[in-house]
Design a protein around this ligand. Structure first.
Ligand SMILES: [Fe+2]
Ligand SMILES: [Fe+2]
Length: 174
């Protein structure tokens, strides 16, 4: 069936995929928010105070801003949030990269977070592509989220030591 301007009306299958991806992203935001708070309370060492504050701020943004934006869209689409927290982790598209044993390995904690941001960036790029021209409200949401995650990645990379940056490059090229 053609829409008013000759566009295809968004097919049910497309909408189902969009809803699934939104739920995955909602879960990702909670998982990242949790791990960022964990990081803030775990890391130790000379610069840990300042970096912990940064992680707390990002934790707030992932849950208080991003998860909320996605929940608002899910509500508009008539999708219920998971009632079981285990389910939330299960559907998370990104989960979370391995975290270091050592609380003093701040570079290691930053690298895990940077990898989580890269996963989120890829997920929002994908959401943008599958909604482009089909679901303008979700497309715009994906764009806003993508912009924030790119900023997060850059800010976290700026906190790495010179050795940490080298380590990140090595790990990403593997
Ligand atoms: Fe986020
Ligand atoms: Fe983020």
């Amino acid at each position: 069936m053609s829409g008013l301007y000759g566009h295809e009306v968004t097919r049910d299958a497309d909408m189902e995929l969009i809803k699934k991806k939104l739920l995955e992203a909602f879960a990702d935001e909670w998982v990242a928010g949790y791990y960022y708070m964990l990081t803030a309370y775990t890391i130790q060492g000379p610069n840990s105070g300042e970096i912990a504050e940064h992680f707390m701020e990002e934790s707030r943004e992932e849950i208080g801003k991003h998860a909320k934006m996605i929940a608002d869209r899910l509500e508009e689409l008539g999708v219920d949030l998971p009632r079981d927290f285990r389910k939330l982790y299960e559907i998370s598209g990104c989960k979370y990269p391995p975290i270091p044993e050592d609380p003093f390995d701040i570079d290691g904690w930053l690298i895990a977070a940077i990898k989580a941001e890269i996963c989120a960036i890829n997920a929002y790029k994908e959401l943008y592509h599958i909604t482009h021209g089909k679901d303008p409200a979700t497309e715009e949401l994906a764009e806003d989220l993508l912009r924030d995650e790119v900023r997060h990645r850059t800010e976290l990379m700026n906190l790495l030591s010179r050795e940490g940056l080298k380590r990140l490059e090595e790990e990403l090229s593997q």
